[in-house]
Design a protein around this ligand. Structure first.
Ligand SMILES: [Zn+2]
Length: 520
Protein backbone atom coordinates (compact mmCIF):
# COMPACT_ATOMS: atom_id res chain seq x y z
CA UNK A 1 0.00 0.00 0.00
CA UNK A 2 1.35 3.34 -1.05
CA UNK A 3 0.24 5.67 1.76
CA UNK A 4 0.33 9.43 1.24
CA UNK A 5 -0.52 12.43 3.36
CA UNK A 6 -2.43 15.09 1.39
CA UNK A 7 -3.28 18.64 2.43
CA UNK A 8 -6.41 19.39 0.43
CA UNK A 9 -10.12 20.15 0.51
CA UNK A 10 -11.96 16.83 0.74
CA UNK A 11 -14.79 18.12 -1.49
CA UNK A 12 -12.40 18.63 -4.36
CA UNK A 13 -10.39 15.45 -3.96
CA UNK A 14 -10.94 13.05 -6.82
CA UNK A 15 -10.97 9.44 -5.64
CA UNK A 16 -12.80 6.11 -5.98
CA UNK A 17 -13.84 6.07 -2.35
CA UNK A 18 -13.66 8.69 0.38
CA UNK A 19 -14.11 7.58 3.98
CA UNK A 20 -15.56 10.01 6.50
CA UNK A 21 -15.89 9.28 10.23
CA UNK A 22 -19.09 9.51 12.24
CA UNK A 23 -19.78 9.42 15.97
CA UNK A 24 -22.94 8.78 17.95
CA UNK A 25 -23.93 11.89 19.90
CA UNK A 26 -26.52 10.04 22.02
CA UNK A 27 -25.34 9.69 25.60
CA UNK A 28 -28.00 7.90 27.67
CA UNK A 29 -27.89 4.12 27.91
CA UNK A 30 -31.14 3.53 26.04
CA UNK A 31 -31.11 6.75 24.01
CA UNK A 32 -31.81 6.54 20.26
CA UNK A 33 -28.56 6.83 18.33
CA UNK A 34 -27.76 10.26 16.87
CA UNK A 35 -25.04 9.73 14.26
CA UNK A 36 -23.09 12.82 13.19
CA UNK A 37 -20.35 13.12 10.57
CA UNK A 38 -16.95 14.43 11.64
CA UNK A 39 -16.68 16.69 8.62
CA UNK A 40 -17.62 20.31 8.09
CA UNK A 41 -18.45 19.76 4.42
CA UNK A 42 -22.15 20.54 4.01
CA UNK A 43 -22.09 18.65 0.70
CA UNK A 44 -21.08 15.40 2.41
CA UNK A 45 -23.62 16.07 5.16
CA UNK A 46 -26.31 16.48 2.48
CA UNK A 47 -25.24 13.25 0.78
CA UNK A 48 -25.50 11.33 4.05
CA UNK A 49 -28.65 13.07 5.32
CA UNK A 50 -31.11 10.36 4.35
CA UNK A 51 -28.90 7.54 5.64
CA UNK A 52 -28.20 9.22 8.97
CA UNK A 53 -31.88 10.00 9.48
CA UNK A 54 -33.01 6.48 8.63
CA UNK A 55 -31.87 4.82 11.85
CA UNK A 56 -30.05 2.16 9.80
CA UNK A 57 -26.61 3.45 10.65
CA UNK A 58 -25.81 4.01 14.32
CA UNK A 59 -22.12 5.02 14.06
CA UNK A 60 -21.03 2.12 16.26
CA UNK A 61 -17.31 1.32 16.30
CA UNK A 62 -16.53 -0.86 13.27
CA UNK A 63 -19.86 -0.06 11.53
CA UNK A 64 -19.76 1.16 7.91
CA UNK A 65 -22.25 2.37 5.28
CA UNK A 66 -21.60 3.10 1.61
CA UNK A 67 -23.20 5.82 -0.52
CA UNK A 68 -22.64 6.08 -4.29
CA UNK A 69 -22.49 9.79 -4.79
CA UNK A 70 -23.61 9.69 -8.43
CA UNK A 71 -27.01 8.51 -7.14
CA UNK A 72 -27.28 11.28 -4.56
CA UNK A 73 -28.91 14.65 -5.27
CA UNK A 74 -26.92 17.92 -4.89
CA UNK A 75 -23.51 16.30 -4.84
CA UNK A 76 -22.22 17.54 -8.20
CA UNK A 77 -19.50 19.58 -6.51
CA UNK A 78 -18.02 16.48 -4.83
CA UNK A 79 -15.23 14.71 -6.71
CA UNK A 80 -15.28 11.36 -4.86
CA UNK A 81 -17.25 8.54 -6.50
CA UNK A 82 -18.29 6.87 -3.26
CA UNK A 83 -18.65 8.00 0.32
CA UNK A 84 -17.85 5.42 2.99
CA UNK A 85 -19.16 6.39 6.41
CA UNK A 86 -17.26 4.78 9.25
CA UNK A 87 -18.55 4.67 12.82
CA UNK A 88 -16.26 5.46 15.78
CA UNK A 89 -18.80 4.79 18.53
CA UNK A 90 -20.07 7.24 21.17
CA UNK A 91 -18.71 10.78 20.87
CA UNK A 92 -17.82 10.97 24.57
CA UNK A 93 -15.74 7.77 24.31
CA UNK A 94 -13.72 9.01 21.33
CA UNK A 95 -10.03 8.17 21.75
CA UNK A 96 -6.83 7.67 19.84
CA UNK A 97 -7.42 3.94 19.77
CA UNK A 98 -11.00 4.31 18.48
CA UNK A 99 -9.58 6.42 15.67
CA UNK A 100 -6.90 3.80 14.96
CA UNK A 101 -9.59 1.11 14.78
CA UNK A 102 -11.92 3.30 12.71
CA UNK A 103 -9.20 3.94 10.13
CA UNK A 104 -8.49 0.22 9.99
CA UNK A 105 -12.20 -0.42 9.51
CA UNK A 106 -12.23 1.91 6.48
CA UNK A 107 -9.33 0.04 4.90
CA UNK A 108 -10.83 -3.41 5.45
CA UNK A 109 -14.27 -2.26 4.24
CA UNK A 110 -12.65 -0.98 1.04
CA UNK A 111 -10.69 -4.22 0.56
CA UNK A 112 -13.74 -6.50 0.59
CA UNK A 113 -15.29 -4.25 -2.04
CA UNK A 114 -12.18 -4.67 -4.24
CA UNK A 115 -11.52 -0.96 -4.20
CA UNK A 116 -7.88 -0.22 -5.06
CA UNK A 117 -7.76 3.40 -4.03
CA UNK A 118 -9.08 4.91 -0.84
CA UNK A 119 -8.98 8.36 0.72
CA UNK A 120 -9.73 8.92 4.39
CA UNK A 121 -10.62 12.35 5.76
CA UNK A 122 -9.13 13.43 9.09
CA UNK A 123 -11.89 13.76 11.70
CA UNK A 124 -12.94 17.37 12.32
CA UNK A 125 -13.72 17.87 15.98
CA UNK A 126 -15.33 21.23 15.13
CA UNK A 127 -18.05 19.35 13.24
CA UNK A 128 -19.87 18.64 16.48
CA UNK A 129 -20.60 21.05 19.36
CA UNK A 130 -17.63 22.09 21.51
CA UNK A 131 -16.73 19.76 24.35
CA UNK A 132 -18.57 16.75 22.93
CA UNK A 133 -15.44 15.13 21.55
CA UNK A 134 -12.28 14.55 23.60
CA UNK A 135 -9.44 16.54 22.00
CA UNK A 136 -6.52 14.69 20.38
CA UNK A 137 -3.40 16.43 19.10
CA UNK A 138 -2.77 16.74 15.36
CA UNK A 139 0.41 14.66 15.66
CA UNK A 140 -1.27 11.76 17.42
CA UNK A 141 -4.31 11.94 15.14
CA UNK A 142 -2.10 11.50 12.08
CA UNK A 143 -0.06 8.78 13.75
CA UNK A 144 -3.07 6.71 14.87
CA UNK A 145 -4.63 6.94 11.42
CA UNK A 146 -1.52 5.68 9.62
CA UNK A 147 -1.07 2.89 12.14
CA UNK A 148 -4.69 1.81 11.89
CA UNK A 149 -4.56 1.76 8.10
CA UNK A 150 -1.22 -0.01 7.76
CA UNK A 151 -2.08 -2.68 10.34
CA UNK A 152 -5.47 -3.38 8.72
CA UNK A 153 -4.18 -3.85 5.19
CA UNK A 154 -2.22 -7.15 5.25
CA UNK A 155 -3.99 -10.50 5.18
CA UNK A 156 -2.01 -13.41 6.57
CA UNK A 157 -3.09 -16.06 4.07
CA UNK A 158 0.51 -15.93 2.82
CA UNK A 159 0.68 -19.58 1.79
CA UNK A 160 -2.64 -19.88 -0.09
CA UNK A 161 -1.95 -20.67 -3.73
CA UNK A 162 -5.19 -19.02 -4.93
CA UNK A 163 -4.61 -15.99 -2.76
CA UNK A 164 -6.89 -13.19 -3.91
CA UNK A 165 -5.10 -10.03 -4.80
CA UNK A 166 -7.34 -7.45 -3.15
CA UNK A 167 -4.67 -5.11 -1.89
CA UNK A 168 -5.29 -1.40 -1.64
CA UNK A 169 -2.61 0.09 -3.84
CA UNK A 170 -3.05 3.77 -2.92
CA UNK A 171 -4.22 5.30 0.33
CA UNK A 172 -4.56 9.05 0.87
CA UNK A 173 -5.03 10.59 4.30
CA UNK A 174 -6.56 14.02 3.76
CA UNK A 175 -6.59 17.08 5.93
CA UNK A 176 -6.70 20.81 5.37
CA UNK A 177 -3.49 22.80 5.61
CA UNK A 178 -4.55 24.99 8.54
CA UNK A 179 -1.19 26.63 9.26
CA UNK A 180 2.51 25.75 9.25
CA UNK A 181 2.58 24.46 12.84
CA UNK A 182 -0.40 22.20 12.20
CA UNK A 183 1.16 20.92 8.97
CA UNK A 184 4.42 20.09 10.73
CA UNK A 185 2.66 18.30 13.56
CA UNK A 186 0.65 16.21 11.13
CA UNK A 187 3.72 15.39 9.04
CA UNK A 188 5.67 14.31 12.13
CA UNK A 189 2.85 12.05 13.33
CA UNK A 190 2.39 10.62 9.85
CA UNK A 191 6.11 9.77 9.53
CA UNK A 192 6.20 8.18 13.03
CA UNK A 193 3.09 6.15 12.32
CA UNK A 194 4.54 4.75 9.10
CA UNK A 195 7.73 3.67 10.88
CA UNK A 196 5.98 2.06 13.85
CA UNK A 197 3.38 0.28 11.72
CA UNK A 198 6.05 -1.08 9.37
CA UNK A 199 7.92 -2.45 12.39
CA UNK A 200 4.78 -4.03 13.80
CA UNK A 201 3.95 -5.59 10.43
CA UNK A 202 7.48 -6.98 10.24
CA UNK A 203 6.92 -8.59 13.65
CA UNK A 204 3.60 -10.01 12.45
CA UNK A 205 5.21 -11.46 9.33
CA UNK A 206 7.73 -13.31 11.52
CA UNK A 207 5.05 -14.64 13.88
CA UNK A 208 2.98 -15.82 10.91
CA UNK A 209 5.76 -18.04 9.57
CA UNK A 210 5.43 -21.76 10.28
CA UNK A 211 8.04 -23.55 12.37
CA UNK A 212 9.45 -25.46 9.41
CA UNK A 213 10.26 -22.17 7.65
CA UNK A 214 11.23 -19.97 10.57
CA UNK A 215 13.79 -22.03 12.47
CA UNK A 216 16.09 -20.33 15.00
CA UNK A 217 18.74 -20.10 12.25
CA UNK A 218 16.26 -18.45 9.88
CA UNK A 219 15.11 -16.02 12.60
CA UNK A 220 18.77 -15.09 13.05
CA UNK A 221 19.19 -14.58 9.30
CA UNK A 222 16.13 -12.32 9.11
CA UNK A 223 17.26 -10.29 12.11
CA UNK A 224 20.71 -9.92 10.53
CA UNK A 225 19.26 -8.80 7.19
CA UNK A 226 17.12 -6.23 8.99
CA UNK A 227 20.08 -4.90 10.96
CA UNK A 228 22.24 -4.62 7.83
CA UNK A 229 19.52 -2.62 6.11
CA UNK A 230 18.77 -0.43 9.14
CA UNK A 231 22.38 0.22 10.19
CA UNK A 232 22.21 -1.70 13.47
CA UNK A 233 24.97 -3.85 14.92
CA UNK A 234 24.11 -7.55 14.85
CA UNK A 235 25.74 -10.77 16.02
CA UNK A 236 24.09 -14.15 15.56
CA UNK A 237 25.64 -16.94 17.65
CA UNK A 238 24.73 -20.59 17.99
CA UNK A 239 25.52 -23.71 20.08
CA UNK A 240 29.26 -23.06 20.58
CA UNK A 241 28.85 -19.55 21.96
CA UNK A 242 25.88 -20.57 24.15
CA UNK A 243 27.98 -23.32 25.76
CA UNK A 244 31.04 -21.08 25.97
CA UNK A 245 28.97 -18.48 27.88
CA UNK A 246 27.74 -21.28 30.17
CA UNK A 247 24.12 -20.55 29.30
CA UNK A 248 23.09 -23.99 30.47
CA UNK A 249 19.43 -23.07 31.01
CA UNK A 250 19.17 -21.92 27.39
CA UNK A 251 21.21 -24.92 26.22
CA UNK A 252 18.99 -27.37 28.16
CA UNK A 253 16.09 -26.29 25.94
CA UNK A 254 18.07 -26.09 22.69
CA UNK A 255 19.85 -29.45 22.85
CA UNK A 256 16.63 -31.45 22.37
CA UNK A 257 16.24 -30.27 18.78
CA UNK A 258 18.05 -31.11 15.54
CA UNK A 259 17.74 -27.40 14.70
CA UNK A 260 20.62 -25.39 16.16
CA UNK A 261 19.66 -22.50 18.47
CA UNK A 262 20.36 -18.83 17.80
CA UNK A 263 21.48 -16.16 20.24
CA UNK A 264 20.82 -12.87 18.47
CA UNK A 265 22.29 -9.61 19.73
CA UNK A 266 21.20 -6.39 18.01
CA UNK A 267 22.70 -3.05 18.99
CA UNK A 268 21.53 0.51 18.42
CA UNK A 269 23.93 3.34 19.28
CA UNK A 270 22.67 6.94 19.14
CA UNK A 271 24.63 8.93 16.55
CA UNK A 272 25.73 11.59 19.04
CA UNK A 273 27.03 8.97 21.49
CA UNK A 274 25.85 8.79 25.08
CA UNK A 275 27.29 10.06 28.37
CA UNK A 276 29.02 7.43 30.53
CA UNK A 277 26.22 7.17 33.08
CA UNK A 278 23.38 7.23 30.51
CA UNK A 279 20.91 4.34 30.61
CA UNK A 280 21.43 1.34 28.34
CA UNK A 281 18.17 -0.43 27.59
CA UNK A 282 18.04 -4.21 27.20
CA UNK A 283 15.21 -5.76 25.16
CA UNK A 284 15.05 -9.51 25.76
CA UNK A 285 12.75 -11.77 23.73
CA UNK A 286 11.65 -15.39 23.99
CA UNK A 287 12.18 -16.96 20.57
CA UNK A 288 10.90 -20.54 20.75
CA UNK A 289 10.20 -21.13 17.04
CA UNK A 290 8.14 -24.20 17.90
CA UNK A 291 7.11 -25.47 21.31
CA UNK A 292 6.03 -29.11 21.58
CA UNK A 293 6.42 -28.94 25.35
CA UNK A 294 9.42 -31.28 25.11
CA UNK A 295 9.26 -34.49 27.18
CA UNK A 296 6.36 -32.90 29.15
CA UNK A 297 4.65 -32.91 25.78
CA UNK A 298 1.60 -30.74 25.06
CA UNK A 299 -1.76 -32.21 23.97
CA UNK A 300 -2.16 -32.41 20.16
CA UNK A 301 -5.20 -30.15 20.17
CA UNK A 302 -4.10 -26.65 19.21
CA UNK A 303 -0.40 -27.48 19.15
CA UNK A 304 -0.10 -26.02 15.63
CA UNK A 305 -0.39 -22.56 17.17
CA UNK A 306 2.89 -23.10 19.03
CA UNK A 307 4.72 -21.67 16.02
CA UNK A 308 3.81 -18.33 17.63
CA UNK A 309 5.99 -19.02 20.67
CA UNK A 310 8.60 -16.66 19.29
CA UNK A 311 6.27 -13.64 19.33
CA UNK A 312 8.24 -11.99 22.14
CA UNK A 313 11.44 -12.26 20.11
CA UNK A 314 9.64 -10.96 17.03
CA UNK A 315 8.34 -7.98 19.04
CA UNK A 316 11.90 -7.07 20.06
CA UNK A 317 13.25 -7.44 16.52
CA UNK A 318 10.36 -5.30 15.22
CA UNK A 319 10.93 -2.70 17.93
CA UNK A 320 14.62 -2.45 16.92
CA UNK A 321 13.47 -1.87 13.34
CA UNK A 322 11.50 1.20 14.50
CA UNK A 323 14.20 2.37 16.92
CA UNK A 324 16.79 2.39 14.13
CA UNK A 325 14.57 4.77 12.16
CA UNK A 326 13.18 6.94 14.99
CA UNK A 327 16.72 7.42 16.38
CA UNK A 328 16.09 8.06 20.10
CA UNK A 329 19.09 9.38 22.05
CA UNK A 330 19.59 6.23 24.12
CA UNK A 331 21.58 3.05 23.58
CA UNK A 332 19.51 -0.10 23.10
CA UNK A 333 20.63 -3.75 23.00
CA UNK A 334 18.22 -6.52 22.01
CA UNK A 335 18.98 -10.08 23.09
CA UNK A 336 16.91 -12.82 21.48
CA UNK A 337 17.17 -16.42 22.70
CA UNK A 338 15.83 -18.69 20.01
CA UNK A 339 15.46 -22.48 20.02
CA UNK A 340 12.98 -25.25 19.31
CA UNK A 341 11.55 -27.15 22.27
CA UNK A 342 11.45 -30.78 21.12
CA UNK A 343 11.27 -34.24 22.70
CA UNK A 344 14.37 -36.13 21.61
CA UNK A 345 16.97 -38.54 22.91
CA UNK A 346 19.05 -35.54 23.96
CA UNK A 347 16.16 -33.49 25.33
CA UNK A 348 16.14 -32.25 28.92
CA UNK A 349 14.05 -34.35 31.28
CA UNK A 350 11.88 -33.50 34.28
CA UNK A 351 14.12 -33.75 37.32
CA UNK A 352 17.23 -32.53 35.52
CA UNK A 353 19.23 -29.84 37.29
CA UNK A 354 20.97 -27.15 35.25
CA UNK A 355 23.14 -24.21 36.23
CA UNK A 356 22.17 -20.94 34.55
CA UNK A 357 24.77 -18.46 33.32
CA UNK A 358 24.25 -16.48 36.55
CA UNK A 359 25.27 -19.52 38.64
CA UNK A 360 21.72 -20.16 39.91
CA UNK A 361 20.81 -23.86 39.91
CA UNK A 362 17.44 -24.83 38.46
CA UNK A 363 15.43 -28.00 38.96
CA UNK A 364 13.51 -28.67 35.77
CA UNK A 365 10.10 -29.91 36.87
CA UNK A 366 8.22 -29.38 33.62
CA UNK A 367 10.02 -29.18 30.26
CA UNK A 368 7.11 -27.15 28.85
CA UNK A 369 8.16 -24.25 31.09
CA UNK A 370 11.08 -23.67 28.71
CA UNK A 371 10.52 -19.99 27.91
CA UNK A 372 11.67 -18.88 31.36
CA UNK A 373 14.80 -21.05 30.99
CA UNK A 374 15.97 -19.31 27.80
CA UNK A 375 14.98 -15.89 29.20
CA UNK A 376 16.90 -16.54 32.44
CA UNK A 377 20.14 -16.63 30.47
CA UNK A 378 19.02 -13.87 28.08
CA UNK A 379 18.25 -11.45 30.93
CA UNK A 380 21.51 -12.25 32.74
CA UNK A 381 23.51 -11.92 29.53
CA UNK A 382 21.92 -8.51 28.79
CA UNK A 383 23.14 -7.33 32.20
CA UNK A 384 26.68 -8.51 31.45
CA UNK A 385 26.51 -6.48 28.21
CA UNK A 386 25.93 -3.36 30.33
CA UNK A 387 22.15 -2.98 30.23
CA UNK A 388 20.93 -0.79 33.08
CA UNK A 389 17.19 -1.27 32.39
CA UNK A 390 15.51 -4.42 31.09
CA UNK A 391 12.27 -5.24 29.37
CA UNK A 392 11.29 -8.69 28.20
CA UNK A 393 8.39 -10.00 26.14
CA UNK A 394 7.33 -13.62 25.97
CA UNK A 395 4.36 -15.83 25.15
CA UNK A 396 5.13 -17.23 28.56
CA UNK A 397 2.15 -18.77 30.34
CA UNK A 398 -1.32 -20.13 29.65
CA UNK A 399 -2.04 -19.05 33.23
CA UNK A 400 -1.77 -15.41 32.13
CA UNK A 401 -4.46 -16.05 29.51
CA UNK A 402 -6.67 -17.69 32.16
CA UNK A 403 -6.19 -14.65 34.40
CA UNK A 404 -6.61 -11.82 31.89
CA UNK A 405 -8.25 -13.24 28.77
CA UNK A 406 -7.14 -11.93 25.39
CA UNK A 407 -7.79 -8.18 25.77
CA UNK A 408 -4.93 -7.46 28.16
CA UNK A 409 -1.46 -8.94 28.35
CA UNK A 410 0.31 -9.36 31.68
CA UNK A 411 2.65 -6.64 32.98
CA UNK A 412 5.10 -7.26 35.83
CA UNK A 413 7.88 -5.12 37.22
CA UNK A 414 10.33 -4.78 40.09
CA UNK A 415 10.66 -1.00 39.65
CA UNK A 416 7.96 1.69 39.94
CA UNK A 417 9.67 4.20 37.66
CA UNK A 418 10.28 1.75 34.81
CA UNK A 419 6.76 0.38 35.19
CA UNK A 420 5.12 3.82 35.29
CA UNK A 421 7.02 4.82 32.16
CA UNK A 422 5.66 1.71 30.48
CA UNK A 423 2.08 2.32 31.65
CA UNK A 424 2.27 5.89 30.37
CA UNK A 425 3.02 4.63 26.86
CA UNK A 426 -0.31 2.82 26.71
CA UNK A 427 -2.30 6.00 26.07
CA UNK A 428 -0.33 6.42 22.84
CA UNK A 429 0.08 2.76 21.86
CA UNK A 430 -3.51 1.79 22.67
CA UNK A 431 -2.30 -1.65 23.74
CA UNK A 432 -3.81 -3.45 26.72
CA UNK A 433 -1.47 -4.45 29.56
CA UNK A 434 -2.64 -5.16 33.10
CA UNK A 435 -0.23 -5.21 36.00
CA UNK A 436 0.05 -8.32 38.15
CA UNK A 437 2.19 -8.65 41.29
CA UNK A 438 5.63 -10.21 41.61
CA UNK A 439 6.45 -9.18 45.18
CA UNK A 440 8.97 -11.16 47.22
CA UNK A 441 6.30 -12.98 49.22
CA UNK A 442 5.66 -15.07 46.10
CA UNK A 443 9.29 -16.28 46.06
CA UNK A 444 8.51 -19.47 47.99
CA UNK A 445 6.35 -20.57 45.02
CA UNK A 446 9.52 -21.46 43.07
CA UNK A 447 11.77 -22.65 45.90
CA UNK A 448 13.12 -26.12 45.12
CA UNK A 449 13.98 -28.75 47.75
CA UNK A 450 17.17 -29.79 45.94
CA UNK A 451 18.27 -26.77 43.85
CA UNK A 452 18.02 -22.98 44.19
CA UNK A 453 14.77 -22.73 42.27
CA UNK A 454 12.48 -24.85 40.13
CA UNK A 455 11.01 -23.92 36.79
CA UNK A 456 7.32 -24.18 37.78
CA UNK A 457 5.28 -23.03 40.73
CA UNK A 458 4.43 -25.38 43.63
CA UNK A 459 0.99 -25.85 42.09
CA UNK A 460 -0.91 -24.24 39.25
CA UNK A 461 -2.30 -21.27 41.18
CA UNK A 462 -0.96 -17.95 39.96
CA UNK A 463 1.16 -19.59 37.26
CA UNK A 464 1.91 -16.31 35.47
CA UNK A 465 3.26 -14.90 38.74
CA UNK A 466 5.44 -18.00 39.38
CA UNK A 467 6.95 -17.49 35.90
CA UNK A 468 7.60 -13.80 36.63
CA UNK A 469 9.18 -14.71 39.99
CA UNK A 470 11.49 -17.11 38.17
CA UNK A 471 12.64 -14.38 35.76
CA UNK A 472 13.05 -11.93 38.64
CA UNK A 473 15.81 -14.19 40.01
CA UNK A 474 17.94 -13.25 36.99
CA UNK A 475 17.51 -9.46 36.86
CA UNK A 476 18.98 -8.71 40.30
CA UNK A 477 18.35 -5.08 41.20
CA UNK A 478 18.22 -3.92 37.56
CA UNK A 479 14.92 -2.11 36.86
CA UNK A 480 12.88 -4.58 34.83
CA UNK A 481 9.55 -4.83 33.04
CA UNK A 482 8.17 -8.24 32.04
CA UNK A 483 5.41 -8.65 29.44
CA UNK A 484 3.53 -11.96 29.29
CA UNK A 485 1.84 -11.74 25.88
CA UNK A 486 0.60 -15.34 25.50
CA UNK A 487 -3.07 -14.34 25.21
CA UNK A 488 -2.63 -11.38 22.86
CA UNK A 489 -0.04 -12.43 20.25
CA UNK A 490 -2.53 -14.09 17.89
CA UNK A 491 -5.92 -12.66 16.85
CA UNK A 492 -8.21 -15.67 16.85
CA UNK A 493 -11.22 -13.55 15.90
CA UNK A 494 -11.41 -11.24 12.91
CA UNK A 495 -12.34 -7.67 13.76
CA UNK A 496 -13.73 -5.02 11.39
CA UNK A 497 -10.29 -3.33 11.67
CA UNK A 498 -8.01 -6.38 11.86
CA UNK A 499 -7.74 -9.75 10.11
CA UNK A 500 -7.24 -13.16 11.68
CA UNK A 501 -3.61 -13.87 12.54
CA UNK A 502 -0.55 -12.44 14.27
CA UNK A 503 -1.15 -9.21 16.21
CA UNK A 504 2.33 -7.78 16.71
CA UNK A 505 1.38 -6.92 20.32
CA UNK A 506 3.92 -4.97 22.39
CA UNK A 507 5.91 -3.41 19.53
CA UNK A 508 4.21 -0.01 19.81
CA UNK A 509 4.48 0.10 23.62
CA UNK A 510 8.11 -1.07 23.72
CA UNK A 511 9.12 1.56 21.15
CA UNK A 512 7.46 4.31 23.21
CA UNK A 513 9.03 2.98 26.42
CA UNK A 514 12.46 3.18 24.78
CA UNK A 515 11.74 6.72 23.57
CA UNK A 516 10.79 7.75 27.11
CA UNK A 517 14.47 7.21 28.07
CA UNK A 518 15.75 9.30 25.16
CA UNK A 519 18.01 12.16 26.27
CA UNK A 520 16.36 14.55 23.78
ZN1 LIG B 1 6.38 -24.37 26.60
Amino acid sequence: MNTKLIFADTNEFQTTMLAVFAVDLASGKNAESRPALLTQSSEFADAALRLLGSGEFKAGLGETALIHLADSPNTDSLQAERLLIVGLGKAKDFSLDKLRKGTGTAVRAAKVRSVRELAIAFPKSGAVADGLLPVISARLTARAMVEGAELAEPDWNTYQSDRKDNVISDLFLITEALDEIYKQEVQTGFAEGLIVAAAQNFTRSLVNEPGNVLTPTELGARAKALCDEAGLGCEVYSSDKIQELKMDAFWAVAKGSAEPPALIVMTYEPAEGAPVDAPVLGLVGKGITFDTGGISIKPADGMEKMKYDMAGAAAMIGAMHAIARLKPAVKVIAVVCSAENMPDGRAMKPGDIVTAMSGTTIEIVNTDAEGRLVLADGLHYARTLGCTHLIDAATLTGACVVALGVLNAGLFSNDETACTKFEQTLAVSGEGFWRLPCTDDYRERITSEIADIMNTGKNRWGGAISAAMFLKEFVGDTPWVHLDIAGCAWNEDKKPWLPYGPSGIAVRSIVEWVRSYSAK
